[in-house]
Write a protein that binds this ligand. Structure first.
Ligand code: GCO
Ligand code: MG
Length: 408
């Protein structure tokens, strides 16, 4: 590049919010003293995006100006310590936006895709899983067939989304007088409906495809143990979020009662939550949301820690994640030895327009572009066509049949 490495400093940190898929995505751009060298990172915490924007603009940007772009490790720790109170999703997402952008810059300076800096390819394609859902078993099966035709081999199956509100289950819930509005669900009916769903899927599709399911923390310890035991006969690839992050110690008991492979972690924000479950062999797959733990820097350490305990990765890949964030984790998927599977929610045409260079998918595998850095660009002009939207928060107000508010 003809530029001395030590001369490049952070000039500005900018934040953008765009919603090409009607989901607010938060993108950080780090500008440097070299006008041609910029980096992009994902800071998407869609349900509190304005708080993330404030954390970056008011606190991180002023603190980072003038720092060398090279010192990602020092900058990460400086950002993490700079609020004294730390490890929450708002601050971690803000930190991730900067961290991923700095890694993007590092790759661009080295003229290498990030996976190459991380040790190179340990596999040539990234196996993906998709979500099949529907209002009836027939609808779920139609969705499975569509994904199988497209070449996917791993499919997460649900009926009536999280909590299993398919058909008229919801209307049949007997609420007490004065029960507040909310997204009601019935844990018992949900649990039984999942077993019935998997019974049908296995009998209609056989043993060849890999099946997954997300409990989304909807069950008590006893019920989740019962569900896991009931599902063992269907040989799931894994059962996800069988318990809430506040109850990780209970994985010890769950593990002792079932042989079903367990995946956990999309809500984790701090090492205090994941250390025990990993080093005690209580889970099989770690599913953190990269930006929610603070970006690439902590994710690399976590992945290496997991390798010591036979825990594989299954990084969180929902639709409230930008293509930059998806590609960032795919560089880890490509380079680490203990990769398991990647959750994938597709990219819309509008997302591809705003984010040129999205990974491509063929026959159930994702392939990164070979561009330097993260390899996904951000078209600021195109992003303006998709300004932030009012999102529907209603599903987040989960309630049990008697009206008790619970986690979504
Ligand atoms: C998943 C997740 C998501 C989350 C969502 C929250 O496994 O993909 O559970 O669907 O619910 O990302 O906004
Ligand atoms: Mg989940």
């Amino acid at each position: 590049m003809g530029v001395k490495m030590e001369e490049i400093i952070i000039k500005n940190v900018k934040v953008f919010v765009t919603a090409p898929r009607n989901i607010n995505l938060v993108i950080v751009k780090v500008e440097t003293s070299e006008p041609d060298i910029t980096g992009f990172g994902c800071a998407t915490f869609t349900w509190r995006y304005k708080a993330v924007v404030t954390a970056i603009e008011e606190y991180l940007a002023p603190m980072l100006k003038g720092k060398s772009v090279h010192n990602t490790e020092d900058i990460w720790h400086t950002m993490m310590g700079s609020s004294y109170w730390r490890n929450g999703p708002v601050l971690n997402n803000a930190i991730s936006g900067v961290d991923e952008a700095l890694w993007d810059i590092k790759g661009k300076l080295a003229n290498m895709p990030l996976y190459s800096l991380f040790g190179g390819k340990t596999r040539s394609g990234i196996a993906l899983y998709r979500h099949a859902d529907g209002n009836s078993i027939e609808e779920v099966e139609e969705c499975i067939s569509k994904y199988l035709e497209e070449g996917y081999r791993y499919i997460r199956c649900h009926m009536g989304l999280y909590g299993g509100n398919a058909g008229n289950v919801n209307q049949m819930i007997a609420k007490p007088e004065g029960a507040p509005d909310g997204a009601y669900f019935h844990p018992g009916k949900y649990r039984k409906s999942v077993v019935h769903l998997f019974e049908r899927i296995r009998s209609d599709f056989g043993e060849d495809l890999e099946l997954l399911h997300d409990v989304h923390e909807r069950l008590s310890l006893a019920d989740t143990i019962n569900l896991a035991k009931d599902l063992e006969q269907f040989h799931l690839y894994f059962l996800e979020d069988a318990l809430p992050p506040e109850q990780v110690d209970a994985f010890k008991m769950l593990r002792e009662h079932t042989t079903i492979p367990l995946a956990m972690g999309e809500l984790f924000t701090s090492p205090g939550e994941w250390k025990n479950v990993i080093q005690n062999y209580w889970i099989d797959y770690i599913r953190v949301h990269l930006s929610d733990i603070g970006g690439i820097t902590p994710a690399r350490k976590l992945a290496d820690f997991c390798e010591m305990y036979q825990v594989k990765t299954a990084f969180h890949g929902p639709n409230d994640l930008s293509p930059i964030g998806m590609a960032a984790q795919m560089h880890l998927d490509t380079s680490i030895h203990n990769f398991g599977i990647q959750e994938y929610s597709g990219f819309t045409e509008e997302e591809k327009e705003v984010f040129p260079g999205c990974p491509v998918v063929r026959n159930g595998y994702a392939y990164l572009s070979d561009k330097a850095g993260i390899g996904v660009d951000f078209d600021e002009k195109a992003a303006l066509k998709y300004p932030p939207v009012e999102m529907d928060f209603s599903w987040l107000f989960s309630r049990l049949p008697d009206g008790t508010a619970v986690r979504p």
